[in-house]
Design a protein around this ligand. Structure first.
Ligand code: HEM
Length: 149
C-alpha cells in the first residue's frame, strides 16, 4: 500500500535523503517518466503556486519541465542528462531565487501525490513508487527557504 504522507517541513532543517530505488526509473521508462513530470507541471500551471514558475512563457515553461525531468531521471539512476546540460545539481542554490515556503512545498507535493497512484494501477511496483515519494517528501524540505506566514 502506498503511503503518501507529507512530513512536516521546517525552514533550515535538512533531513538525510535517500535516493529513489533505481527500479522506479527502469520500470516506468523514460517516456512515462517524462509524462509524469509534464503532468506535475500542468497541475502547477493551474494552481496557487503557479506564480513561482514561468507560466507566461511557453518556451521557458517547457525548459523548466525538461530540467526537472532530467534531474529526476538522473537521481533515479537513469542517464545523466542533467549533468550534461546543467552541470552540478546545486538544488538548494537553484531554488534560492524563488520564495518557497512550507505551504508551497505541500502544494507541490500534493500534485505528485495525485499522480503516483495511477502508476501502481499501471503495474509499477509499489515499493519503487514509495521510494520515489519518500525522496520527494524529504528532499523538498531542503528547498524551503522562506518562513510561512
Ligand atoms: C524534491 C524536491 C525538488 C526537486 C528535486 C526539484 C528539482 C528542480 C530542478 C531540477 C529544477 C531546474 C533547475 C535548473 O536546471 O536550473 C527546478 C526548478 C524549480 N523548482 Fe524545483 N525541485 C524540488 C522542489 C521544489 C518545490 C517544493 C518548489 C516550490 C514549491 C520548487 C520550485 C521550483 C521553481 C520555481 C523552479 C524554477 C523554474 C524555472 O523557472 O525554471 N521546486 N526544480
Amino acid at each position: 500500500m502506498l503511503e503518501l504522507k507529507i512530513t512536516d517541513g521546517v525552514l533550515g532543517v535538512r533531513p538525510p535523503v535517500t535516493k529513489p530505488h533505481p527500479g522506479f526509473f527502469f520500470q516506468v521508462g523514460e517516456e512515462r517518466f517524462r509524462k509524469l513530470v509534464d503532468d506535475h507541471y500542468e497541475k502547477i500551471r493551474n494552481s496557487d503556486i503557479a506564480f513561482l514558475f514561468p507560466v507566461n512563457d511557453e518556451e521557458d515553461f517547457a525548459n523548466a519541465k525538461k530540467h526537472a525531468a532530467d534531474f529526476l531521471i538522473q537521481i533515479c539512476g537513469g542517464p545523466d542528462y542533467f549533468a550534461q546540460t546543467r552541470g552540478e545539481p546545486r538544488m538548494v542554490g537553484r531554488h534560492a531565487p524563488f520564495r518557497i515556503d512550507e505551504h508551497g512545498r505541500r502544494r507541490w507535493l500534493e500534485f505528485y501525490a495525485e499522480l503516483l497512484p495511477p502508476l501502481e494501477a499501471e503495474g509499477i511496483n509499489p515499493e519503487y513508487i514509495q521510494s520515489f515519494w519518500d525522496y520527494l517528501d524529504i528532499f523538498s524540505i531542503w528547498m524551503i527557504n522562506t518562513p510561512s506566514h
